[in-house]
Design a protein around this ligand. Structure first.
Ligand SMILES: *[C@@H]1O[C@H](CO)[C@@H](O)[C@H](O)[C@H]1NC(C)=O
Ligand SMILES: *[C@@H]1O[C@H](CO)[C@@H](O)[C@H](O)[C@H]1NC(C)=O
Ligand SMILES: *[C@@H]1O[C@H](CO)[C@@H](O)[C@H](O)[C@H]1NC(C)=O
Ligand SMILES: *[C@@H]1O[C@H](CO)[C@@H](O)[C@H](O)[C@H]1NC(C)=O
Ligand SMILES: *[C@@H]1O[C@H](CO)[C@@H](O)[C@H](O)[C@H]1NC(C)=O
Ligand SMILES: *[C@@H]1O[C@H](CO)[C@@H](O)[C@H](O)[C@H]1NC(C)=O
Ligand SMILES: [Cu+2]
Length: 812
C-alpha cells in the first residue's frame, strides 16, 4: 500500500487532465477534433432525425395499415423498430477501397401488424435516406431465408400475461400463504412482502403461447428475484387471442403434478402431503457487504491513471478510431450492441466486420420452469439493454465514453456513456529477455472497446481488445444474478443432476451460455483461404540419421484447406491451427499473410451448446452447436440469426443451417474467396455457492483471439511498444555468457552511450514519465454525481420491451 500511495502522491509539476464524461477527453482533444475518418461511417445507426423522417414517411405512406403511435397490444398496428439497414458489402467495398461513390443509406423497419390469423412482425426497407420523392417502402426479405419477411407474434399481450399471473396467484392465496408464507398483493404488485408470477413462454406450433408460470418473491434493492423462485408452478394455455379464453392448467409442487388448483388444495389436506421449506429472502441476497472490515479493506487498491491523455485519435462524428496502426469504425444496433467495421492494421485490411449476432442462455432442470428455459438476448436487446457504465469501475476513470441510441414507436432512446474506449497497460509484459549484459522488457498496452448489456438478471461485459502486434481479441465476461431453480429438500426428484444446492431451498440450475459472433475476415484483402494446419506425429527415416536411427519418431505440419462451408471444433490438444490466409498477398519471406483464429484467454477453450437438437431451440440457433463456422460471405446472409428467431424457433426467419450448407469454398467463377467466420463465446455455467449473490467475471470469461500469422515480416509491436533496455555496466552488447558486442554498437538509446560512472544504464524506447505529476482526486476516484441516468429500464423478466414490442399501460 505504501508503494501505491507514493506513486500517486508524486510532486505537483504537471497539469493532469481529470477524467470526464465528454465524448473525447484528455489533452488530445485538439488532435481529436482535427482528426477525420477517411470515409463516412456507412454503418452508423440512424440519427434521431433520420429515424423520425422514416417514421413520418411510413405513417404517411402506409395508410392502409392504420398505424397507431400509442399501441396497447400487439393487435394494434404500429412501428415496432427503426434502425439502419447496413449496406451490402458488395456496394461498400468500392466506396471504401476503390474511391467508388458512397453507398445508399436505407432503414430497416419492423412493423407490428394485426392479421386475421394473429399478429405479425413484418420487416421493411425504407429509403434511400435522406428521404425524397424517390423514397420507397419495400418488403425486406433478401436478408432472411425463411421465404418471407415476417414472423407470427405469439406474444399477443404481455401486460395481460403479468395481470393473468397476478389474478391466478390471487385465486390461490390460501395455498401460497400456507406453503410459502406469502400471497400476491393485487393492489401493489411491487409489495416486497408479496409474490409475483413469471412465465416461461414456449411457442405452440399452431399459434400462441404455452406458459409455465412460477411464483417468485420480488427481491429488494438489487433485483435478486431470480434467486427467489418459490417452487409452485402453474401451466397456462395462452394460445387464444383473447385473455378471456386463456385456461389455467396443472399445478406442480414438490415433484407432484396436480390436475388443477382444487386437486392441489385437496391434496394439502391429506396428512401425508409432503411440504418442502420455502425460499425466503434475506441478507444472503444482498450484493454488498458494507460492514465487514478484514485487514486492508480500509485502503483503496491500486488504480490505473493516464496523466498524458489518450494516445488514440478519435473522430467522434464518424466514430472512427486510430491507435498504433489499428483503425476501425464503431457502430451499434438495438439487438446486438456494438459492432466494428473495416478493421485495418498498419494500413492492411484484416476484417470487414466484427460483432455479436446473438446471446443465448439455455437451461436444464427437472422442473417446468428451468426444464425448458432458454433466452435469446438479442430478442431482448443487447444494444437496448446497454446501460450507463460506472466510470472508474466498468472502465478506468480516464476512459472515453460514447452514447448509444435506438428508435421505436416511442421515439429515440439514448443510453448515455454506454460504451467506453480506453488504453490499459497490462500487469504482464508483451515481451522480455534477460541476456548476459542486458535485459529488455516491453510493456503490454492494449486498446479496449467495451459495453455491458444487462438483460434482466444478467450482465454481459463484451470487450474488443487490440494489441500492438496486431492481435484482436473478443472477450465476454458475465455477472449479475443467476436464474436459479427452486430446491425441494424432501423429494425423490433428480434435481441434483442439474445443479448444486446453494441455499435453504435453492438450486443453482446448470445452463450453457453461447454467444455467437461474426468475423468477416479480409486478411490482406477479400480473397482468403481457411487452412487447418495440423501438428501430427510421424515416423520418418532421414539420410543424416543413418545408420544409428533407422526411423525417427517425430512430428511435422500437415496442411488442409477447408474446401466447403463447415463447422470446426477446437482441436484436441490444440493440435491444429485454424489460419485464414490471404490467397494473394505474401510477406517478404514468400509466406502467405495470415491470421490465426484461436480460443483465447479465460476459462479454457470456448464452449458450444451441450444439448443436441434442443427441443426448445428447434432450428433457431444451430450456430450454437459447434465452436466455429466457415461460410461464404453473401449480401443475402449478413447475420447468423435474427432477434425474431426467438418467436418462431421451428421455422426461424434466419435458419443458420440453410447458410452453413456445404457450399464450395474453392475460389472460382462463382466465389471470390470472401469468407465469414462465426464463432462462439460463453460458458458452461454450473453455478455454485460462490455465484451467490452474483456470478463472478473471472470464472465466466472466455475469448477468441485473431493472431497475426506471417502477416508482417517481423513482429510489428516493436515499432510502437514502450519499454526499456537496461545495459549492464561495462558492456554495450547483450548476448550470451562470453559474448561481447563491439562497443558503441547501434542500440537506439535516449541517453546515448553508457554513463561515465559505468552504472547500469537505462535505454528507453517510447516515452517515459519524466516528472512527478499531480493527479486530481477524480483521476483516482471519479465523481459519481456525474452519473447521468435517473433509472434504467431493465427488463422485468416479462416480455415487455423485447423485439416483440413495448407498449404503455394507460395511454390515450
Ligand atoms: C383505424 O383505427 C381507428 C382507431 O384505432 C379505427 O376507428 C378505424 O376504424 C381504423 N380504420 C381501419 C380502416 O381499420
Ligand atoms: C443488397 O443486395 C441484395 C442482393 O443482391 C439486393 O436484393 C438488395 O437490394 C441490396 N440492398 C441494397 C440496400 O441495395
Ligand atoms: C385484429 O385482428 C383481429 C382478427 O382479424 C380482429 O378481431 C381484431 O379486432 C383486430 N384488432 C385490432 C385492434 O384491430
Ligand atoms: C380467478 O378466479 C375467478 C373466480 O373463480 C375466475 O373467474 C377467474 O377466471 C380466475 N382467474 C384466473 C387467472 O385463474
Ligand atoms: C440430431 O439431429 C440430427 C439431424 O437430424 C440427427 O442426425 C441426430 O441423430 C440428432 N441427435 C439427437 C441426439 O437427437
Ligand atoms: C413496458 O415497459 C415500459 C418501459 O419500461 C413501461 O413504460 C410500460 O408501462 C410497460 N408496459 C406495460 C404494459 O407494462
Ligand atoms: Cu450463467
Amino acid at each position: 500500500m505504501t508503494a501505491i500511495l507514493a506513486f500517486i502522491l508524486v510532486t505537483a509539476a504537471y497539469y493532469a487532465y481529470p477524467g470526464s464524461h465528454s465524448e473525447v477527453n484528455g489533452p488530445f482533444v485538439g488532435l481529436s477534433k482535427s482528426f477525420h475518418a477517411p470515409k463516412i461511417n456507412i454503418w452508423a445507426e440512424l440519427t434521431e432525425d433520420e429515424a423520425s423522417q422514416v417514421s413520418d414517411f411510413i405513417l404517411k405512406t402506409c395508410t392502409h395499415l392504420n398505424l397507431t403511435t400509442h399501441p396497447h397490444s400487439s393487435r394494434d398496428n404500429f412501428i415496432n423498430s427503426i434502425e439502419i439497414l447496413r449496406p451490402n458489402k458488395t456496394d461498400a467495398v468500392p466506396y471504401l477501397y476503390e474511391d467508388g461513390s458512397i453507398v445508399e443509406r436505407w432503414a430497416k423497419v419492423s412493423l407490428a401488424e394485426n392479421h386475421s390469423d394473429g399478429p405479425r412482425i413484418v420487416y421493411y426497407m425504407v429509403g434511400p435516406l435522406p428521404l425524397t420523392e424517390k423514397a420507397a417502402v419495400h418488403p425486406l426479405s433478401y436478408v432472411f431465408n425463411s421465404g418471407s419477411n415476417w414472423v407470427r407474434n405469439p406474444v399477443y399481450d404481455f401486460a395481460a400475461i403479468q395481470e393473468f399471473g397476478m389474478q391466478l396467484a390471487n385465486n390461490v392465496s390460501d395455498i401460497t400463504q400456507e406453503l410459502l408464507g406469502a400471497k400476491v398483493n393485487i393492489d401493489d404488485p411491487s409489495d416486497p412482502a408479496g409474490l409475483l408470477a413469471f412465465p416461461r413462454a414456449s411457442r405452440v406450433e399452431a399459434g400462441g403461447l404455452l406458459l409455465w408460470m412460477q411464483f417468485y418473491r420480488p427481491g429488494m434493492g438489487s433485483g435478486a428475484r431470480t434467486l427467489l423462485p418459490q417452487g409452485i408452478y402453474v401451466k397456462v394455455d395462452a394460445t387464444h387471442l383473447d385473455v378471456e379464453d386463456w385456461r389455467v392448467g396443472e399445478y406442480y409442487y414438490n415433484g407432484v403434478l396436480y390436475e388443477n388448483e382444487d386437486k392441489f388444495r385437496a391434496a394439502m389436506d391429506d396428512p401425508d402431503f409432503k411440504r418442502t421449506p420455502a425460499n425466503l429472502d434475506g441478507p444472503w441476497t444482498d450484493t454488498e457487504d458494507f460492514d465487514s472490515a478484514p485487514d486492508g479493506r480500509d485502503l483503496p487498491p491500486p488504480v490505473s491513471v493516464q496523466p498524458h491523455g489518450p494516445r488514440y485519435r478519435f473522430d467522434s462524428k464518424q466514430r472512427y478510431i486510430s491507435w498504433f496502426g489499428f483503425e476501425f469504425y464503431i457502430t451499434t444496433a438495438r439487438s446486438t450492441g456494438v459492432s466494428l467495421f473495416d478493421i485495418r492494421f498498419k494500413g492492411e485490411r484484416v476484417m470487414y466486420e466484427l460483432g455479436l449476432m446473438e446471446a443465448m442462455a439455455h437451461y436444464a432442470g427437472d422442473d417446468p420452469m428451468q426444464g425448458g428455459l432458454e433466452f435469446m438476448d438479442a430478442f431482448f436487446g443487447m444494444g437496448k439493454n446497454m446501460f450507463e457504465m460506472v466510470a472508474g469501475y466498468d472502465c478506468p476513470a480516464y476512459a472515453t465514453y460514447l452514447d448509444s441510441e435506438y428508435h421505436d414507436v416511442h421515439g429515440t432512446t439514448t443510453h448515455e456513456n454506454s460504451i467506453c474506449i480506453f488504453e490499459y497497460t497490462s500487469d504482464h509484459l508483451l515481451s522480455r529477455h534477460t541476456a548476459q549484459y542486458s535485459v529488455t522488457v516491453s510493456r503490454n498496452t492494449y486498446l479496449v472497446v467495451r459495453a455491458v448489456s444487462t438483460v434482466g438478471n444478467y450482465d454481459y461485459d463484451i470487450s474488443y481488445l487490440f494489441y500492438l502486434d496486431g492481435t484482436i481479441e473478443v472477450k465476454v465476461r458475465a455477472s449479475g444474478f443467476i436464474f436459479s431453480a427452486f430446491y425441494t429438500t424432501n423429494s425423490n426428484k433428480q434435481e441434483d443432476e442439474y445443479g448444486h444446492r446453494i441455499h435453504d431451498a435453492l438450486s443453482s440450475s446448470m445452463h450453457d451460455h453461447v454467444l455467437n459472433f461474426k468475423a468477416d475476415l479480409d486478411v490482406a484483402g477479400t480473397a482468403n483461404d481457411l487452412v487447418r494446419m495440423g501438428l501430427e506425429p510421424v515416423t520418418i527415416s532421414y539420410s543424416w540419421d543413418q545408420p544409428e536411427v533407422k526411423k525417427r519418431n517425430t512430428m511435422h505440419l500437415v496442411e488442409k484447406t477447408v474446401k466447403e462451408e463447415t463447422w470446426l471444433d477446437w482441436p484436441k490438444n490444440s493440435a491444429e491451427f485454424y489460419i485464414a490466409y490471404s490467397s494473394e498477398q505474401k510477406n517478404a519471406w514468400g509466406e502467405r499473410k495470415g491470421y490465426r483464429i484461436t480460443s483465447g484467454t479465460g476459462m479454457g477453450s470456448t464452449p458450444h451448446l451441450t444439448i443436441l437438437n434442443s427441443s426448445t431451440l428447434g432450428e433457431s440457433a444451430r450456430w450454437a452447436e459447434h465452436d466455429l463456422w466457415v461460410l461464404r460471405r453473401k449480401d443475402t446472409e449478413p447475420a447468423s440469426a435474427d432477434p425474431l428467431n426467438f418467436l418462431e424457433p421451428k421455422n426461424p426467419i434466419v435458419d443458420f443451417t440453410k447458410q452453413a450448407d456445404h457450399e464450395s469454398l474453392v475460389q472460382g467463377d462463382d466465389f471470390d474467396g470472401d469468407l465469414v467466420v462465426y464463432f462462439n463465446l460463453g460458458a458452461h455455467h454450473v453455478p455454485h455457492s460462490g455465484d451467490i449473490p452474483n456470478t463472478l467475471m473471472h470464472t465466466s470469461a472466455s475469448s477468441v483471439m485473431f493472431v497475426p500469422h506471417n502477416f508482417a515480416d517481423r513482429d510489428p509491436s516493436r515499432e510502437s511498444v514502450q519499454g526499456v533496455r537496461i545495459q549492464l555496466s561495462g558492456k554495450d552488447g547483450g548476448g550470451f555468457a562470453g559474448d561481447e558486442m563491439p562497443a558503441h554498437s547501434d542500440i537506439r538509446s535516449r541517453f546515448g552511450r553508457r554513463s561515465p560512472n559505468k552504472k547500469p544504464q537505462a535505454k528507453y524506447f517510447g516515452a517515459t514519465y519524466e516528472k512527478g505529476m499531480h493527479l486530481e482526486l477524480e483521476d483516482l476516484e471519479p465523481d459519481l454525481t456525474l452519473y447521468k441516468s435517473d433509472s434504467h429500464a431493465v427488463s422485468d423478466l416479462g416480455l415487455n420491451g423485447t423485439a416483440a414490442g413495448v407498449w404503455h399501460k394507460h395511454e390515450a
